[in-house]
Design a protein around this ligand. Structure first.
Ligand SMILES: C[S@@+](CC[C@H](N)C(=O)[O-])C[C@H]1O[C@@H](n2cnc3c(N)ncnc32)[C@H](O)[C@@H]1O
Length: 275
């Protein structure tokens, strides 16, 4: 069975709108960079969960679908993966992978229980993140795991730069992107609150893995900055960043003498107590 729910938000116009739509031409660069940066971390966390053939999994906001496909391979033909995204156009349903176009704030398109629920870089965008987390925790089977990964920092140290003014420019632009995203509901403090939120939702064996790395000009990871500044360009220009700033920023992101720390990725897992 392959499925597409066309229900989107049910007329809730005052909700925060997602700023980085998958429908944009720039989304491909961002999703490639995300998979390159984060899939090794996420899959190593999933390895520790001992996902079994026949398990049911829920993937929230799959983006390119790399983790949805990974889970589909782990659970095999006797299991299933339900993938839910506002815009799932980059995934093709097949076999045990079922895809729903759906806003997770409207509830689950397919009820639980699930053995594994995963959401990467989704809850950070949603002001309703605590209610969503509680809903996801309630949809776990006894012994099932919730895995939530988000970026958790507002500081992005520069390691090397062609000049002091380039360092300042980088900091201003990256902070400008963060301000734009905050205007759409993003909370970068949330990642460090996820552990406590999982405990409050009744989960146990909660633990956290963090990952950060250096991004050098021209590398795959740093293209995330290129994609995000292009996709938020109109709003950045209203936040004191000029077109000339953006031109130099884009040169800098390709410059071999520039290197900065990546976003700090915080991946938290928690388990519903077994019966
Ligand atoms: C930053 S991307 C991350 C994609 C993927 N999880 C990854 O880490 O590479 C966020 C994804 O969540 C989806 N998304 C955002 N808000 C959503 C919502 N309210 N309900 C369902 N999906 C949502 C977006 O369409 C996008 O695919």
């Amino acid at each position: 069975m392959s499925s597409t729910s066309t229900r989107v938000t049910g007329g809730v116009e005052d909700r925060a709108t997602y700023a980085l739509s998958n429908g944009s031409d720039h989304a491909t660069d961002r999703l490639v960079a995300l998979d390159h940066f984060l899939d090794p971390v996420t899959t190593s966390v999933l390895d520790r969960l001992r996902v079994q053939p026949g398990d049911r999994c829920l993937e929230i906001g799959p983006g390119s679908g790399s983790i949805a496909w990974d889970l589909a391979g782990r659970v095999g033909p006797t299991g299933e993966v339900v993938a839910v995204d506002l815009d799932p156009s980059r995934l093709t349903p097949a076999g045990n992978l079922h895809i729903y176009r759906h806003d997770i704030r409207d509830g689950l398109p397919v009820g639980g229980p699930y053995n594994v629920i995963h959401a990467r870089l989704v809850l950070v965008h949603l002001p309703e993140r605590r209610q969503v987390l509680r809903m996801l925790a309630d949809a776990l089977a006894p012994g099932g795991w919730l895995v939530i990964g988000d970026f958790g920092d507002t500081t992005m140290p520069v390691y090397t730069s062609p000049s002091a003014s380039d360092t300042d420019l980088y900091t201003r632009v990256v902070q400008g992107v963060q301000r734009v995203l905050e205007g759409h509901g993003v909370d970068m403090a949330w990642a460090d609150d996820t552990h406590a939120a999982m405990r409050d939702a009744g989960l146990r064996n909660v633990d956290v893995v963090e990952h950060a790395e250096s991004w050098t000009g021209g590398s795959t990871g740093i293209r995330m900055h290129q994609a995000n500044t292009r996709q938020t360009q109109d709003e950045l220009l209203q936040h004191g960043i000029t077109a000339a700033d953006l031109d130099r920023f884009r040169e800098l992101m390709e410059h071999p003498d520039f290197a900065a720390r990546s976003y700090r990725f915080v991946c938290t897992r928690g388990q519903r107590p077994p019966l």
